[in-house]
Design a protein around this ligand. Sequence first.
Ligand code: SIN
Length: 292
Amino acid sequence: MSDVLELERADTATLTFTPAHPTIGAEVSGIDLSKALSDEARDQIKAALLKYKVLFFRDQTVDRRQHLDFAKRFGSIYTPPYTADRLIDVDGESGVHLISADPQQREFFESEKRPGEIYDGYHTDTNWRIVPSWGSVLRAVDLPPTGGDTIWVDAEQVYNDLPQDVKDRFEGLHSIVDFRSSLKRAGHGDYPLVAHPIVRTHRETGKKILWVDFGKHPEIVGLDKDENREVLQLILDRYRKPEYQVRFAWKPGSIAFWDNRAAVHRAVRDYGDYPRALERVLIDDEDLWRSL
Ligand code: SIN
């Protein structure tokens, strides 16, 4: 028997998924992510991700190379146009980047808020692109003694629970995702402003989600100011309901892997000035409109 077959047996035999919430999130056990992932384990993890929307791994000893290699098993890697200090080189390869809330970053986010705007941190990653990255793999690096959890919202369940007349009203509406000032900071001042449908259909499951980014100046195209406020507030109120949320308390060795097409998420900034740091790898979606 080849080593590969033994590996395939070893890394899937004990793979278990324990739900962390009735509809979103599961903790995965029985796998060592520092090891090469067999096709069988990858397929099980992918199937579980489509089902649970976010997966949590504990007690992993994974370095940057292993983090990147794990993510690469699920698609090609996208390197966001962040400032150079956030991009981490791994043996000449890009893809790992720093997620941290240093004072400069905080100041920038504060300065980004616009008076009277409905603001919150709920978002999906790289949704300022026409085809955003579908997957995110986030690894704990330097954690505050307490706090700094991350919340994921089951945006599919939020959509499912809307009354039918509200679903009908939302169908076809688009929300602006304005990331221009961050892009400008990183040297991309001419990137176009993108608006996405607020009812998004997941390309693999076919399920619909309610999809708005409350940190990037959302504005529903074609609605007047009052209607905009009403619609955005309604959606934000749903996102904020604990019934739709799963909350993950990071610990050393924790990794989260989520599907941006099914959930929105936000970090909980309750840890003062602590330089909380995590590293993330983004997995790209297929380029739907390449030939247009
Ligand atoms: C992210 O938005 O991708 C990172 C979330 C976090 O910092 O907890």
